[in-house]
Design a protein around this ligand. Structure first.
Ligand code: F0G
Length: 467
């Protein structure tokens, strides 16, 4: 299809692809296989022509009724909201019944953060164990709509696992570019098992992402990174599901980890659409937490004049990347996030914050979430660490209503967890040449395994010592 900017026929199409750069704003049809604006190189988003004249109560009821239906489109916690998605019926949807993830109260995590009540939305309970599935179902469905042959992505491990699973489901070939030696074994195992071609690249995630942007020109290839706006569309439904679970009482704050910044973009879009439709009456403050060693957006945010940037209208043109991102939370070890502009706009519109947290803070927050009986991966625990900081800083009040989004399951990275509890967790030296001693992380909630003799008395005595 010809890649020229055109005024798409807004009445005929349910949605268009649009450049987010306000000086450009070019629109493109949904069938154009593009990932950035062909006119100016800007980031694309999907503009859904939502009918704001409808009755919000009727829409809520329709969604609630579908949650009790056995129709596969309704069993999926993404396709249940299909009128909000940029697809025309009949949709050749590719689903593993994603979404439908629990919203838990976390009493110990609340106390740790200094909050009366913190809730945790566990996106790690998706089919491949991370939030990526909610966006992969729509991206791979779009790949099928376009007749693509091969789906590809760069990944820190979760996108690749999800892509491999959904491509496998659709009968598409898949290839994933992973930074060699920087992916947890659980995530690598998933991509292998779901049948993807796994390319281990000598470089970091940002190098893989650069390669993906080059590969996207090949007509046989469909790029499924979150630069692809169809990914964002699926991921935005998490905002809808969360609002149903909150009985439509808007949380004061929603807090997510930040890596490539697709998740924050998507949640921001989902809440904005609910507001535009009159289904909620205000936006939750959306805050994003990065790991200290991989925090380009938090760094930029700290330099912004918030009054001038309020509403997200005056976005900075550029963001300085972090050349050598460094964190044990490998999921978010990213120095040049592709969706930073869209995410920053969503944060500013909602009056949220972007901050960073240390390795120690991430590790201890993860253990506390574990004490609530909820297992998440290190990247996800940035949320609880960040909320604690935002409470201390006075941005979040103790009596406010807060939801943290946990993005991945604990079993994605058990090596990290056992190292924390055995007291052997350490991050490599920050010296660029790798020289210098690793920095040890002393777990405040360490729980190392005990060697116990094989008899009842020894077990009871060990138990007694722990009481
Ligand atoms: N949490 C987990 C568990 C992730 O895997 C990621 C990103 C994030 C948070 C950050 O989300 O990129 O939308 O800001 N993982 C990507 C991947 C980069 O390749 O799996 P984001």
């Amino acid at each position: 299809m010809e890649k020229t900017a055109r005024a798409a026929d807004q009445t005929a199409e349910k949605a268009v692809q649009r450049c987010i750069d306000s000086a450009c704003g070019a629109t493109y049809g949904l069938r154009e296989r593009i990932y950035v604006c062909p006119r100016c190189g800007g980031t694309l988003e999907i503009l859904c022509h939502l009918d704001a004249s409808g009755d919000p109560a009727a829409m809520r009821q329709r969604w609630a009724a579908r949650a009790a239906s056995r129709d596969p489109r309704d069993v999926s916690g993404v396709w249940r909201y299909r009128e909000m998605l940029p697809f025309d019926e009949p949709i050749p949807f590719v689903t593993l019944f994603e979404g439908n993830t629990p919203l838990y109260h976390g009493p110990r995590s609340s106390q740790y953060c200094g909050l009366d009540d913190l809730r945790l939305k566990h996106q790690g309970c998706n089919p491949t164990g991370s939030f990526k599935d909610t966006g992969m179902t729509t991206a791979i469905t779009q790949a099928v709509v376009l007749g693509a042959r091969t789906a590809v992505c760069a990944s820190t491990g979760n996108t690749s696992a999800s892509l491999a699973a959904y491509a496998g489901r659709a009968g598409l070939q898949s290839a994933v570019l992973l930074p060699r030696g920087q992916i947890s074994s659980g995530k690598l195992a998933q991509s292998l098992d779901y049948g993807a071609l796994v390319c281990e690249i000598d470089g970091n995630f940002d190098d893989c992402m650069r390669l993906i942007q080059e590969l996207g020109d090949d007509p046989s290839i469909y790029v499924a990174n979150s630069i692809n706006p169809f990914r964002i569309e699926g991921q935005k439904t998490v905002a809808f599901e969360m609002m149903e679970q909150c009985l439509w009482q808007v949380p004061d704050h929603v807090v997510v980890p930040g890596g490539n910044m697709g998740n924050s973009t998507a949640l921001g879009k989902g809440f904005q659409e609910l507001l535009d439709l009159g289904m909620i009456d205000r936006l939750p403050k959306l805050s994003v937490i990065q790991a200290e060693g991989a925090a380009p957006v938090a760094r930029l945010f700290a330099t912004l004049d918030l009054k001038q940037a309020a509403g997200g209208a005056n976005l900075p043109e550029t963001m300085a990347p972090v050349e050598n991102p460094r964190t044990l939370a490998t999921a978010i070890k990213i120095g040049a996030p592709v969706s930073w502009k869209k995410a920053l706009r969503a944060v500013l519109r909602s009056e949220g914050k972007v901050i960073s947290v240390s390795e120690q803070e991430i590790a201890d927050a993860k253990a506390i979430i574990g004490h609530d009986g909820i297992g998440c991966e290190p990247g996800s625990a940035t949320t609880v660490a960040g909320i604690r900081k935002l409470v201390t800083a006075g941005h979040i009040r103790a009596d406010e209503n807060v939801v943290a989004v946990l993005t991945g399951h604990m079993l994605k990275d058990p090596d990290y967890v056992t190292a924390y509890h055995r007291g052997t967790l350490a991050i490599d030296s920050s010296a660029k040449d790798g020289s210098g001693a690793p920095q040890a992380i002393h777990g405040a909630f360490q729980n190392s395994p005990q060697r116990v003799a094989a008899n009842k008395a020894a077990i009871l005595a060990t138990l007694e010592r722990r009481r």
